[in-house]
Design a binder for this molecule. Sequence first.
Ligand code: BV8
Ligand code: ZN
Length: 237
Amino acid sequence: MLRDLKTRLAGAAAVTVVTGAGISADSGIPTFRGNDGLWNKYRPEELASPEAFARDPRLVWTWYNWRRELIAAKQPNPAHHALVELERRVNTFRIITQNVDGFHSLAGSQSVSEIHGNIWKVRCTQCGRVAANRDVPIAVPPCCAVCRGLLRPHIVWFGESLDPGELRQSHDALRDCEVLLIIGTSGVVYPAASFGAVAKARGAFVAELNRDPTPQSDLVDAAIHGAAKDLVPELLD
Ligand code: BV8
Ligand code: ZN
Protein backbone atom coordinates (compact mmCIF):
# COMPACT_ATOMS: atom_id res chain seq x y z
CA MET A 1 0.00 0.00 0.00
CA LEU A 2 2.85 2.34 0.87
CA ARG A 3 4.53 1.57 -2.48
CA ASP A 4 1.34 2.43 -4.36
CA LEU A 5 1.04 5.68 -2.43
CA LYS A 6 4.69 6.56 -3.13
CA THR A 7 4.13 5.99 -6.85
CA ARG A 8 1.08 8.22 -6.86
CA LEU A 9 2.90 10.92 -4.90
CA ALA A 10 5.85 10.81 -7.32
CA GLY A 11 3.50 11.54 -10.21
CA ALA A 12 1.24 14.07 -8.47
CA ALA A 13 1.31 17.76 -9.40
CA ALA A 14 -1.00 18.73 -6.52
CA VAL A 15 -0.89 17.24 -3.00
CA THR A 16 -2.88 18.31 0.07
CA VAL A 17 -2.18 17.13 3.62
CA VAL A 18 -4.54 17.22 6.62
CA THR A 19 -2.81 16.79 9.99
CA GLY A 20 -3.92 16.32 13.57
CA ALA A 21 -2.37 15.89 17.00
CA GLY A 22 -0.88 12.51 16.04
CA ILE A 23 1.81 14.15 13.87
CA SER A 24 3.05 16.05 16.94
CA ALA A 25 2.79 13.06 19.28
CA ASP A 26 6.32 11.99 18.33
CA SER A 27 7.51 15.45 19.43
CA GLY A 28 6.23 14.64 22.92
CA ILE A 29 2.99 16.65 22.70
CA PRO A 30 0.06 14.66 24.17
CA THR A 31 -2.82 14.05 21.79
CA PHE A 32 -6.41 14.76 22.76
CA ARG A 33 -8.15 11.41 22.67
CA GLY A 34 -5.41 8.85 23.01
CA ASN A 35 -4.93 6.97 26.29
CA ASP A 36 -2.36 9.62 27.25
CA GLY A 37 -4.80 12.19 25.86
CA LEU A 38 -5.24 15.74 27.05
CA TRP A 39 -8.95 15.18 27.25
CA ASN A 40 -8.55 12.34 29.75
CA LYS A 41 -7.73 14.77 32.52
CA TYR A 42 -10.02 17.56 31.34
CA ARG A 43 -13.29 17.35 29.36
CA PRO A 44 -13.14 19.49 26.20
CA GLU A 45 -16.41 21.25 27.04
CA GLU A 46 -14.84 22.37 30.32
CA LEU A 47 -11.93 24.04 28.59
CA ALA A 48 -12.05 24.47 24.80
CA SER A 49 -15.33 26.37 24.53
CA PRO A 50 -16.47 30.02 24.77
CA GLU A 51 -18.81 29.04 27.62
CA ALA A 52 -15.89 27.61 29.62
CA PHE A 53 -13.86 30.77 29.01
CA ALA A 54 -16.75 33.04 30.01
CA ARG A 55 -17.30 30.97 33.15
CA ASP A 56 -13.68 30.75 34.25
CA PRO A 57 -11.08 32.51 32.09
CA ARG A 58 -8.37 31.82 34.69
CA LEU A 59 -8.92 28.05 34.49
CA VAL A 60 -8.82 28.11 30.68
CA TRP A 61 -5.68 30.29 30.67
CA THR A 62 -4.05 27.98 33.23
CA TRP A 63 -4.65 25.05 30.86
CA TYR A 64 -3.28 26.99 27.87
CA ASN A 65 -0.26 28.12 29.91
CA TRP A 66 0.43 24.47 30.68
CA ARG A 67 0.26 23.67 26.93
CA ARG A 68 2.39 26.72 25.98
CA GLU A 69 5.06 25.62 28.42
CA LEU A 70 4.96 22.07 27.04
CA ILE A 71 5.04 23.10 23.37
CA ALA A 72 7.78 25.71 23.92
CA ALA A 73 10.05 22.90 25.16
CA LYS A 74 9.47 20.57 22.20
CA GLN A 75 10.57 20.47 18.57
CA PRO A 76 9.09 19.37 15.23
CA ASN A 77 9.85 15.71 14.50
CA PRO A 78 10.89 13.82 11.31
CA ALA A 79 7.26 13.74 10.13
CA HIS A 80 7.09 17.56 10.06
CA HIS A 81 10.47 17.77 8.32
CA ALA A 82 9.50 15.15 5.74
CA LEU A 83 6.48 17.30 4.77
CA VAL A 84 8.84 20.26 4.23
CA GLU A 85 10.80 18.11 1.75
CA LEU A 86 7.60 16.84 0.10
CA GLU A 87 6.50 20.47 -0.40
CA ARG A 88 9.78 21.10 -2.26
CA ARG A 89 9.09 18.21 -4.64
CA VAL A 90 5.43 18.89 -5.44
CA ASN A 91 4.23 21.67 -7.71
CA THR A 92 1.08 22.60 -5.72
CA PHE A 93 1.14 21.71 -2.04
CA ARG A 94 -0.89 22.69 1.00
CA ILE A 95 -1.03 21.56 4.62
CA ILE A 96 -4.35 21.98 6.46
CA THR A 97 -3.60 21.46 10.14
CA GLN A 98 -5.91 21.13 13.14
CA ASN A 99 -2.89 21.56 15.39
CA VAL A 100 -2.29 24.84 17.20
CA ASP A 101 1.39 24.14 18.04
CA GLY A 102 2.82 25.94 14.99
CA PHE A 103 5.23 23.04 14.33
CA HIS A 104 4.63 22.83 10.56
CA SER A 105 5.75 26.44 10.08
CA LEU A 106 8.54 26.00 12.64
CA ALA A 107 9.84 23.02 10.62
CA GLY A 108 9.85 25.21 7.47
CA SER A 109 6.57 24.39 5.69
CA GLN A 110 5.51 27.41 3.62
CA SER A 111 1.90 26.66 2.73
CA VAL A 112 0.02 25.96 5.97
CA SER A 113 -3.61 26.64 6.97
CA GLU A 114 -4.00 26.56 10.76
CA ILE A 115 -7.76 26.01 10.77
CA HIS A 116 -8.04 25.76 14.56
CA GLY A 117 -5.77 28.76 15.19
CA ASN A 118 -2.39 29.04 16.87
CA ILE A 119 -1.44 28.80 20.53
CA TRP A 120 1.10 31.65 20.14
CA LYS A 121 -1.60 34.14 19.09
CA VAL A 122 -4.01 36.01 21.38
CA ARG A 123 -7.19 37.89 20.50
CA CYS A 124 -8.81 40.74 22.42
CA THR A 125 -12.39 39.94 23.49
CA GLN A 126 -13.20 43.67 23.36
CA CYS A 127 -11.55 45.16 20.27
CA GLY A 128 -10.80 41.92 18.40
CA ARG A 129 -7.11 42.77 17.90
CA VAL A 130 -5.01 39.68 17.18
CA ALA A 131 -1.38 39.70 18.32
CA ALA A 132 1.48 37.25 18.65
CA ASN A 133 2.37 36.48 22.27
CA ARG A 134 5.10 34.05 23.24
CA ASP A 135 5.16 34.66 27.01
CA VAL A 136 5.58 31.38 28.86
CA PRO A 137 3.63 31.64 31.07
CA ILE A 138 1.39 34.51 29.97
CA ALA A 139 0.23 36.71 32.87
CA VAL A 140 -3.29 35.62 33.84
CA PRO A 141 -5.68 37.23 33.05
CA PRO A 142 -3.89 38.86 30.07
CA CYS A 143 -5.08 42.31 28.97
CA CYS A 144 -5.08 44.00 25.57
CA ALA A 145 -2.25 46.50 25.04
CA VAL A 146 -4.67 48.76 23.18
CA CYS A 147 -7.95 48.72 25.09
CA ARG A 148 -7.17 46.72 28.27
CA GLY A 149 -9.82 44.17 27.28
CA LEU A 150 -9.46 40.52 28.33
CA LEU A 151 -7.34 38.50 25.90
CA ARG A 152 -8.28 34.95 24.82
CA PRO A 153 -6.31 32.36 22.89
CA HIS A 154 -6.69 32.93 19.13
CA ILE A 155 -7.91 29.37 18.84
CA VAL A 156 -11.18 27.93 17.47
CA TRP A 157 -13.17 26.33 20.27
CA PHE A 158 -16.08 23.90 20.04
CA GLY A 159 -19.20 25.61 18.76
CA GLU A 160 -17.14 28.38 17.14
CA SER A 161 -16.96 28.75 13.39
CA LEU A 162 -13.69 28.44 11.54
CA ASP A 163 -12.27 31.45 9.70
CA PRO A 164 -14.19 31.63 6.39
CA GLY A 165 -11.02 32.50 4.46
CA GLU A 166 -9.12 29.51 5.87
CA LEU A 167 -12.10 27.27 5.11
CA ARG A 168 -12.29 28.48 1.50
CA GLN A 169 -8.55 27.96 1.05
CA SER A 170 -8.91 24.48 2.52
CA HIS A 171 -11.77 23.57 0.20
CA ASP A 172 -9.79 24.82 -2.80
CA ALA A 173 -6.87 22.63 -1.74
CA LEU A 174 -9.19 19.64 -1.31
CA ARG A 175 -10.81 20.30 -4.72
CA ASP A 176 -7.53 20.63 -6.61
CA CYS A 177 -5.41 17.84 -5.14
CA GLU A 178 -4.65 14.52 -6.86
CA VAL A 179 -3.50 12.99 -3.57
CA LEU A 180 -4.77 13.79 -0.07
CA LEU A 181 -2.73 12.58 2.93
CA ILE A 182 -4.58 12.49 6.28
CA ILE A 183 -1.96 12.20 9.03
CA GLY A 184 -2.45 11.70 12.78
CA THR A 185 -6.08 12.62 13.31
CA SER A 186 -8.89 10.63 14.93
CA GLY A 187 -11.32 12.09 12.40
CA VAL A 188 -14.03 13.00 14.92
CA VAL A 189 -13.91 16.80 14.87
CA TYR A 190 -15.76 18.61 12.10
CA PRO A 191 -15.38 20.14 9.62
CA ALA A 192 -11.84 18.66 9.34
CA ALA A 193 -13.28 15.14 9.68
CA SER A 194 -15.19 15.64 6.42
CA PHE A 195 -12.15 16.68 4.36
CA GLY A 196 -11.33 13.11 3.26
CA ALA A 197 -14.81 12.64 1.81
CA VAL A 198 -14.66 16.06 0.09
CA ALA A 199 -11.38 15.22 -1.66
CA LYS A 200 -12.51 11.70 -2.56
CA ALA A 201 -15.71 13.05 -4.13
CA ARG A 202 -13.44 15.20 -6.33
CA GLY A 203 -11.50 12.14 -7.49
CA ALA A 204 -8.42 12.42 -5.27
CA PHE A 205 -6.53 9.38 -4.03
CA VAL A 206 -6.95 9.58 -0.24
CA ALA A 207 -4.48 7.93 2.15
CA GLU A 208 -4.67 7.88 5.94
CA LEU A 209 -1.42 7.55 7.91
CA ASN A 210 -2.35 6.96 11.53
CA ARG A 211 -1.33 4.89 14.54
CA ASP A 212 -4.87 3.53 15.06
CA PRO A 213 -7.86 2.88 12.79
CA THR A 214 -10.38 5.76 12.66
CA PRO A 215 -13.95 6.33 11.38
CA GLN A 216 -12.30 7.49 8.12
CA SER A 217 -10.31 4.27 7.63
CA ASP A 218 -13.04 2.54 5.62
CA LEU A 219 -13.56 5.53 3.38
CA VAL A 220 -9.97 6.13 2.28
CA ASP A 221 -8.15 4.41 -0.59
CA ALA A 222 -5.19 3.47 1.64
CA ALA A 223 -5.21 3.20 5.44
CA ILE A 224 -1.61 2.78 6.61
CA HIS A 225 -1.03 2.21 10.31
CA GLY A 226 2.09 3.27 12.18
CA ALA A 227 3.90 6.21 13.73
CA ALA A 228 3.98 9.37 11.61
CA LYS A 229 7.68 9.89 12.39
CA ASP A 230 8.36 6.58 10.59
CA LEU A 231 5.69 6.59 7.85
CA VAL A 232 5.99 10.14 6.51
CA PRO A 233 9.77 10.11 5.88
CA GLU A 234 9.31 6.72 4.17
CA LEU A 235 7.10 8.42 1.56
CA LEU A 236 10.19 10.28 0.34
CA ASP A 237 12.38 7.20 -0.22
C1 BV8 B 1 -17.73 24.25 13.78
C2 BV8 B 1 -9.47 23.58 20.58
C3 BV8 B 1 -19.58 25.38 12.84
C4 BV8 B 1 -8.14 23.93 20.11
C5 BV8 B 1 -10.59 21.99 19.22
C6 BV8 B 1 -22.33 16.76 16.17
C7 BV8 B 1 -21.93 16.10 15.03
C8 BV8 B 1 -20.94 16.63 14.20
C9 BV8 B 1 -20.33 17.84 14.52
C10 BV8 B 1 -20.71 18.48 15.67
C11 BV8 B 1 -21.70 17.96 16.49
N1 BV8 B 1 -21.85 18.81 17.52
C12 BV8 B 1 -21.00 19.86 17.39
C13 BV8 B 1 -20.32 19.67 16.25
C14 BV8 B 1 -19.29 20.55 15.70
C15 BV8 B 1 -17.98 20.34 16.47
C16 BV8 B 1 -17.54 18.91 16.43
O1 BV8 B 1 -17.04 18.44 15.40
N2 BV8 B 1 -17.71 18.21 17.55
C17 BV8 B 1 -17.29 16.81 17.55
C18 BV8 B 1 -16.48 16.53 18.81
C19 BV8 B 1 -18.54 15.95 17.46
N3 BV8 B 1 -17.03 21.15 15.73
C20 BV8 B 1 -16.93 22.45 16.02
O2 BV8 B 1 -17.52 23.01 16.92
C21 BV8 B 1 -16.00 23.24 15.09
N4 BV8 B 1 -16.71 24.39 14.63
O3 BV8 B 1 -18.12 23.18 13.37
O4 BV8 B 1 -18.29 25.46 13.41
C22 BV8 B 1 -20.52 25.28 14.01
C23 BV8 B 1 -20.79 26.42 14.74
C24 BV8 B 1 -21.69 26.34 15.80
C25 BV8 B 1 -22.29 25.12 16.16
C26 BV8 B 1 -21.95 23.94 15.45
C27 BV8 B 1 -21.07 24.03 14.37
C28 BV8 B 1 -14.78 23.68 15.85
C29 BV8 B 1 -13.81 22.54 15.91
C30 BV8 B 1 -12.52 23.01 16.59
C31 BV8 B 1 -12.59 22.61 18.01
N5 BV8 B 1 -11.31 22.92 18.66
N6 BV8 B 1 -9.70 22.24 20.16
C32 BV8 B 1 -7.12 23.42 21.05
O5 BV8 B 1 -7.12 23.81 22.22
O6 BV8 B 1 -6.32 22.64 20.56
S1 BV8 B 1 -10.79 20.38 18.76
C33 BV8 B 1 -9.42 19.44 19.13
O7 BV8 B 1 -9.64 18.21 18.40
C34 BV8 B 1 -8.10 19.98 18.60
O8 BV8 B 1 -8.22 21.22 17.93
C35 BV8 B 1 -7.65 18.91 17.61
O9 BV8 B 1 -6.96 19.50 16.58
C36 BV8 B 1 -8.95 18.36 17.19
C37 BV8 B 1 -8.91 17.03 16.49
O10 BV8 B 1 -8.22 16.12 17.34
P1 BV8 B 1 -7.04 15.28 16.63
O11 BV8 B 1 -6.05 16.25 16.07
O12 BV8 B 1 -7.63 14.31 15.68
O13 BV8 B 1 -6.36 14.56 17.85
P2 BV8 B 1 -6.87 13.21 18.55
O14 BV8 B 1 -6.16 13.09 19.86
O15 BV8 B 1 -8.37 13.17 18.53
O16 BV8 B 1 -6.37 12.05 17.58
C38 BV8 B 1 -4.98 11.83 17.45
C39 BV8 B 1 -4.84 10.70 16.44
O17 BV8 B 1 -3.45 10.50 16.20
C40 BV8 B 1 -5.39 9.36 16.93
O18 BV8 B 1 -6.18 8.81 15.90
C41 BV8 B 1 -4.14 8.51 17.18
O19 BV8 B 1 -4.34 7.17 16.78
C42 BV8 B 1 -3.14 9.14 16.26
N7 BV8 B 1 -1.75 9.06 16.73
C43 BV8 B 1 -1.29 9.13 18.00
N8 BV8 B 1 0.06 9.06 18.00
C44 BV8 B 1 0.44 8.94 16.69
C45 BV8 B 1 -0.71 8.93 15.88
N9 BV8 B 1 -0.66 8.83 14.55
C46 BV8 B 1 0.56 8.72 13.98
N10 BV8 B 1 1.72 8.72 14.69
C47 BV8 B 1 1.69 8.83 16.04
N11 BV8 B 1 2.85 8.84 16.74
ZN1 ZN C 1 -8.45 45.31 22.82
